[in-house]
Design a protein around this ligand. Structure first.
Ligand code: ADP
Length: 310
């Protein structure tokens, strides 16, 4: 089975208001509360693609219970380390075409709690065949916990797909002792990582030669409506996707990670892995719910994906 890690989960609350009144009472009848965090999207999409998955991370308080209840309702297995600190809410206020966000910092963990999680994770590794690690870290934990998670998986020859950004991604990629099996930056994250402004395939090829990417088997650079540029070992591919009607692209990158994990679990061929990952991303953009795919449309989109060796 696949283990999907979310170290910084949240309940995402969206309030839709006709107009937002500052320093006044705003009453809201249109409230949506969902279990959020990139790794939870990954777990949901893996589940919707009919592969076995366990969601893990650190959860606590009534918000933690809400997240677990939602996963139960969706039929997604989970096994989180429990903390007595409350997990966080992330609030998005949608008003007059704007989005005002209020993001709680969430719990702060000590090194000991980080170690407790690593012990918990090691037990899950006993049954894991693939691991996905997604998103930011809570306060008190740094990139070294991701490095250790990758190292522990590597000792058991379990491939890890890493999807994080900014300083944490850079720090993990500088760790040479153990390497993720695959990473999936989007093109903006790649530019931020390398401090570049890449245009075109030749620059992409050159960028992926950077020592930060040494010994990572799959480099999947997602490019929104342009599909993806992929480096597998020493070969490069452009993965082209069909033009579709986009409803909500949020969570598409997480869906690509889910598609990669499912393909690795099922030992799909190289071509099918790239097509499955892109299909999952495209399917997510066609739905209003974040991190959601309709598997009935899978074959239709899959057959429209084109792979060109470049
Ligand atoms: P992220 O969500 O991490 O920013 P992208 O925006 O690159 O990642 O999207 C991931 C994948 O989702 C793309 O590679 C593609 O398969 C699909 N996707 C995203 N946006 C679109 C779009 N506008 N049209 C079609 N597919 C899309």
């Amino acid at each position: 089975m696949i283990v999907s890690v979310t170290m910084n989960p949240s309940v995402d609350i969206s309030y839709k208001l006709e107009d937002f009144k500052l320093n006044d009472v705003n009453r809201v009848s249109n409230v949506m509360k969902t279990a959020g965090g990139k790794g939870l999207n990954v777990a949901r999409v893996i589940h919707l693609l009919h592969s076995p998955v366990v969601a893990t991370g650190i959860l606590g308080g009534t918000i933690g219970s809400f997240i677990e209840n939602q996963l139960n309702q969706d039929g997604i297995d989970h096994d989180f380390l429990k903390t007595d600190q409350e997990s966080r809410n992330c609030i998005a206020i949608l008003h007059e075409g704007n989005q005002t966000e209020i993001l709680e910092a969430g719990p702060q963990f000590s090194r000991n709690e980080g170690d407790d999680f690593l012990n918990h994770y090691q037990q899950l590794l006993e049954k894991a065949e693939v691991v996905t690690i997604s998103g930011s870290l809570p306060k008190g934990l740094d990139a070294s916990i991701y490095c250790e998670m990758i190292r522990l998986a590597e000792t058991k020859q379990i491939p890890v797909i890493l999807d994080c950004s900014g300083g944490v991604l850079k720090d993990v990629l500088q760790f040479q002792e153990a390497r993720p099996f695959a990473i999936k930056p989007n093109i903006d994250e790649l530019n931020q990582l390398l401090d570049t402004k890449i245009t075109g395939e030749d620059q992409l090829k050159k960028a992926l030669e950077h020592p930060l990417f040494a010994r990572i088997q799959w480099l999947v650079v997602s490019m929104g409506a342009q599909g993806a540029f992929v480096k597998h070992n020493r070969e490069h591919f452009l993965v082209k996707i069909p033009r579709i009607n986009v409803v909500n692209p949020v969570g598409s990158g997480d869906s690509v990670v889910a598609g990669l994990a499912v393909s690795i679990l099922q030992k799909k061929s190289r071509e099918d892995l790239m097509k499955t990952a892109m299909t999952a991303g495209v399917l997510n953009t066609m739905e209003s719910q974040t991190g959601f795919v309709n598997s009935e449309k899978f074959d239709q989109i899959f057959n429209e994906i084109e792979i060109c060796k470049v």
